[in-house]
Design a protein around this ligand. Sequence first.
Ligand code: MG
Length: 226
Amino acid sequence: MNPEPRTLLIDADDTLWENNVYFDRVTNEFVAKLATRGVRADLAHETLWQTEQRNIKITGYGSAAFCASLHEVARAFGVGDLEPWIAEKEHFIYHHPIELMPGVRETLPLLHSKNHLIMVTKGREDEQLGKLNRSGLAPLFHATEIVFEKSAATYRALIRKYSLPVERTWMIGNSPRSDINPAKAAGLGTVFIPYHTTWQHEIEEFAQDGKTLMLESFADLARHFG
Ligand SMILES: [Mg+2]
């Protein structure tokens, strides 16, 4: 007798492939450039953080939104000559090579053979689909959802759209703020795979109530869903 099929909603950035490291790299280079113009590093970091927090609500996520914030901060500090450099970095992040997270290449086919897989990611459609295509993982997903924000309402909309039974549906990701807390609020099972460079914006406490499965790496999913 076959067990009931399960649906796994899987985050992409920093769960399937490296992402935040590219933004971190550009941020550090940007702060170093401002430092040579006399802007203190802590002030540059803080100003960028505040600017991004303000802009994200309007622009959403991704390289273009991030680089718009860099332009804004550069202008605020009166450093206009960084514009070509920022444009070059936007191109770099948008086209970055795909480095899969450990275990993804081996484990995702196992998950695909036993479960219904839907990629759920934030950002711009062209950018996220470009990464999915470059990753070679596209054939392993039954569907792809690129959303503006991952809120409980977003997850409820996905539950309705795909008629997902919540007791057999799990959200898997590296962000407490986007993948765990709102999915749990919508009634889904949750799997947290922490990552060392998770962006400050995505960090949030979540209740250690034993309801979220905590795994060390993507490969550990095979034990639970393979
Ligand atoms: Mg992520």
